[in-house]
Ligand binder design. Structure first.
Ligand SMILES: *[C@@H]1O[C@H](CO)[C@@H](O)[C@H](O)[C@H]1NC(C)=O
Ligand SMILES: *[C@@H]1O[C@H](CO)[C@@H](O)[C@H](O)[C@H]1NC(C)=O
Ligand SMILES: *[C@@H]1O[C@H](CO)[C@@H](O)[C@H](O)[C@H]1NC(C)=O
Ligand SMILES: *[C@@H]1O[C@H](CO)[C@@H](O)[C@H](O)[C@H]1NC(C)=O
Ligand SMILES: [Cu+2]
Length: 173
């Protein structure tokens, strides 16, 4: 059971790094076309460097937002890779008379707590009230694995699919 999860995560990391490499190569080729390889030294150093791509703003879950009953591991797999400095946006309704099952965002400390949806040492990054309007924004600004989960109902939301894992990639600049 746990081994299966581990294998899945490892293959996700592998897939993500392959995708990341593919993208970097494409950027590199685009960059190479812009470079003048016919050096005649009047245009050295080259005026244009590699094209930069600004950081993206990604809505977690797409049009499904951050909700119960949606598999975010699946979503993350289909939307990988995420890059350093990309912003993840979590959108969810605040608690109200019409919404008695609100959500939140937690960061779990490691793979083991992620697999088991163990919230004991998790860090809350968004309260149930913070997902309204433009949503709660989280910038992937560290090179480390991020284990996201909903912390509501004592891990039940997490176990039902409201969790995903990502390791941001570096772009070529
Ligand atoms: C060198 O490159 C510059 C800029 O592309 C061009 O204007 C110039 O004519 C070139 N000179 C020679 C000798 O090819
Ligand atoms: C990430 O964003 C920070 C703050 O805006 C900036 O200082 C840094 O250069 C960026 N790094 C990359 C690799 O884009
Ligand atoms: C809650 O639902 C009722 C009936 O469906 C509706 O009249 C009311 O405006 C809703 N309240 C909020 C805060 O959305
Ligand atoms: C979500 O999808 C992953 C990958 O397909 C699967 O391993 C996992 O069991 C699913 N989770 C739930 C709660 O259905
Ligand atoms: Cu939830």
């Amino acid at each position: 059971m746990a081994l299966n999860h581990l294998q899945l995560l490892l293959s996700l990391v592998l897939i993500a790094s392959i995708l990341g490499m593919g993208m970097s190569n494409r950027d590199f080729q685009k960059g190479a076309q812009n470079w003048n390889f016919n050096f005649n030294y009047t245009n050295w150093p080259p005026r244009h460097s590699f094209p930069t791509q600004s950081s993206r703003r990604i809505i977690v879950g797409g049009s499904d937002n951050w909700r119960f009953g949606f598999n975010y591991t699946e979503w993350a797999k289909n939307n990988a890779p995420f890059f350093f400095n990309d912003t993840l946006v979590f959108k969810f309704d605040p608690p109200s008379d019409n919404n008695t099952h609100p959500h939140s965002v937690y960061l779990l400390p490691n793979l083991w707590s992620f697999i088991r949806c163990d919230l004991r040492w998790a860090k809350q990054v968004a309260k149930t009230t913070q997902g309204g309007g433009k949503g709660f924004e989280f910038v992937l600004n560290k090179w480390k694995p991020y284990y996201f989960a909903c912390g509501e109902s004592n891990g039940f939301h997490c176990k039902s699919g409201m969790k995903f894992f990502t390791m941001p990639m570096f772009r070529w600049y």
